[in-house]
Every structure is written in structure tokens, then in C-alpha cells.
Design a protein around this ligand. Structure first.
Ligand code: FES
Length: 117
């Protein structure tokens, strides 16, 4: 494991989120109900940013075509349901892909993530 210090723990209050660069990856770190999560910020569908996505039932929902991914596992909950009709076509063009998720922890007042190179 290669833990990287990314933020001070007090910089991420409940409900807050930040995008940090680790190596060549953009990592979205968020505090949801006092649990920390770290996921790739680029949606697996069209690589658009997930940062503004809503959290619903433990999943982050992409703002663009509303694919939803489990925050803990990255598992696809829904794939491109939006907009109605067109979303179905978009989902057929690209196969559903899991969202990369990364271990995250707090140590000595800092948030650390483990992002493989
Ligand atoms: S870019 Fe996220 S669902 Fe299309």
C-alpha cells in the first residue's frame, strides 16, 4: 500500500467534498454522514466529473446521465438512465463499468488515500 496524505481531516466536514490529484488521477474525496469515501472523479461512462453528483442510497449519481455507483464498492447501480429514451441509446454504446474506489483513512489529523499508480 502506498498511502498519500491529501488533506487535513478537519478540511472535510460532513457533506463536504474535494477533488485532489494523486499521481495522474483525479480523486473525489467526500464525507458522507461522517464516513469518508475516495473514488475516481471521472465517471466511467464518458469520463465527465462526478464531483457535483448527488448521493442517494449510498451511491453517487452522475449529474450527466445519472449512472449511479456504490460509494464503497464502485458497483454500478444504474447505467445511463438519463435522459429518457436517449439514455437507453447511450447505455448501449458503452458497456457498464465499475467506478474505481480507493481505501481512505485518517491518521494524525490527516486524510490519506491509497491510489495505485
Ligand atoms: S458521464 Fe456519467 S453517466 Fe454519462
Amino acid at each position: 500500500m502506498a498511502w498519500t496524505k491529501i488533506l487535513a481531516a478537519n478540511a472535510l466536514a460532513p457533506g463536504a467534498r474535494e477533488v485532489v490529484k494523486v499521481g495522474n488521477k483525479n480523486i473525489l474525496v467526500l464525507n458522507h454522514e461522517n464516513n469518508l469515501y475516495a473514488v475516481e472523479n471521472n465517471c466511467p461512462h464518458l469520463k465527465l466529473p462526478l464531483k457535483s453528483g448527488k448521493i442517494k442510497d449510498g451511491a453517487i449519481v452522475c449529474s450527466f446521465h445519472r449512472s449511479a455507483f456504490d460509494l464503497s464498492t464502485g458497483e454500478v447501480k444504474t447505467w445511463c438512465p438519463w435522459p429518457p429514451g436517449v439514455g437507453k441509446l447511450l447505455s448501449m454504446v458503452s458497456e457498464a463499468k465499475t467506478l474505481p474506489v480507493f481505501p481512505v483513512r485518517v491518521e494524525d489529523g490527516n486524510i490519506l488515500v491509497d491510489v495505485p499508480e
